[in-house]
Write a protein that binds this ligand. Sequence first.
Ligand code: BTN
Length: 251
Amino acid sequence: MSLDVAAVRAQRPGQPLHWHRQIDSTMRVAEELAEAGSPAGTVVGADEQTAGRGRFGRHWLSAADAGLYVSLVLRPRLSAEEWPLMTLALGLAAAEAVRQTADLAADLRWPNDVLVGGKKCAGILVQWRAQALIAGLGINVNHDAFPPELQATATSLRLAAGRRLSRETLLLHLLEQIERFTNLLEQEGKDTILRLFGQASSYVRGRRVIVDQENQSLHGTTDGLDETGFLWLRQENGQRVKVLAGGVRPA
Ligand code: BTN
């Protein structure tokens, strides 16, 4: 069933919400809206995406009515060096929305994958466009199964919680939490977000991982975040390197 857009709008009067039954990707529409000058807080969502985009050019499975697929146009009042912290703030917001909606303890895998029971239930794609941040969030909500290639690594809130969940409630919590963590970053600065992320994520320190990058895979143990939110990795040869990008997975 399609998301009850009227119910969501009723809770957020005056806030722009563009909802589509089916679309290629909410990222494309949000980018166009940002370029056309849409205000901060503009939300684009869809019940289904035919070309959902994930990180590293991957496809994001976006089955009809099963998940929450949204992109937000954000215009945070941050200095350029604080921008990467928005990636962590969005992860914190998504994890908190999952907790509020499904009563599940969520873990965060740097930079912003949301995990429950060690499997990914939500992914976040961050892009800068037309002086705006486009935040794309995909949350597996009511999927009752995944294709074989994803079964070992993906889950849904329904599978983890053992009950169906309201996408409307989840969306409202998510938007509220994104606003909360963005305000926190704007008002209190990066240290608060770094501390909260460190507390919420089992991946930040002392975790043996493999970091898959474009041309190589790094093996080592995570060793905290630097002041801009990048991940330190202590490699097996003892060298400490800063991870600016890449997919982190358990070793
Ligand atoms: C990831 O690879 O972990 C990020 C996945 C982001 C998926 C969301 S779904 C809504 C928005 N539209 C897209 O095409 N992608 C993002």
